[in-house]
Design a protein around this ligand. Sequence first.
Ligand SMILES: C[S@@+](CC[C@H](N)C(=O)[O-])C[C@H]1O[C@@H](n2cnc3c(N)ncnc32)[C@H](O)[C@@H]1O
Length: 257
Amino acid sequence: MNDYQQFIVNIKKKTGIDLAQYKEAQMKRRLTSLYEKRGFKSFQEFFQAMETDQNLFHEFLDRMTINVSEFYRNAKRWEVLEQRILPKLFERNRRLKVWSAACSTGEEPYTLAMILSKFMPLSQVSVLATDLDENAISRAKIGIYPERSLQEVPDEVKKKFFTKEGIYYKIDEQVKGAVTFKKHNLLADPFETNYDLIVCRNVLIYFTEEAKQSLYHKFNQALRPGGILFVGSTEQIFNPLSYGFETEDTFFYRKVE
Ligand SMILES: C[S@@+](CC[C@H](N)C(=O)[O-])C[C@H]1O[C@@H](n2cnc3c(N)ncnc32)[C@H](O)[C@@H]1O
């Protein structure tokens, strides 16, 4: 077993995270540059140091999870969600079960809650938001963001749901209340079922082909017939039917009924 493979085994034992399901070249590069910066010569040395140095362990987690996000990321897609996808879902069901999977620091589930509030009172909106990274979840719960996270937020939404505090923007308490955050590992934990909408964007690109394919099946099983999977703008599914989906719009897949 080589240095990296042994590291994969050690990390799985320590955290339950299976690095073998992430694209190897990319992950190895990210982690090697971190350990070299910290003065280690191998994954083995790096792992040993992590066992006693909590800060280093958190740095590792931070490096492997890649938390970049923003509100209304790829704004045109969110327009499609609002104008074409949600009206159809609401025709069938007034109470939607919605999941933002790999939600990072909260920009995505809060965007969802703000858009859903155009269809129903915000007090009735409910979004489940999950991520592997507890630090990201803690930051999401705080709900304070730098201006660059809000670049794509329409002006009227910014006025309605954000308060400027110094150089930061604080999200409205009612929007916060509409989102429930939980820790969840997409590659290891069970999925709930009967979702009307699953948003999983900009995380599948980090996974191996096998891991991705198995997730498409699991997302399909987690949706109600007619439910929608919304993926990131580089994450087109090439053969949706083989996972039980048909293309509803670019980057939106409907579970075949
Ligand atoms: C680039 S962010 C995407 C955030 C948001 N979905 C978006 O599109 O802006 C990727 C997120 O995936 C999370 N992640 C990575 N592996 C995961 C896993 N196995 N299970 C759940 N979340 C994971 C990371 O912690 C990170 O917050």
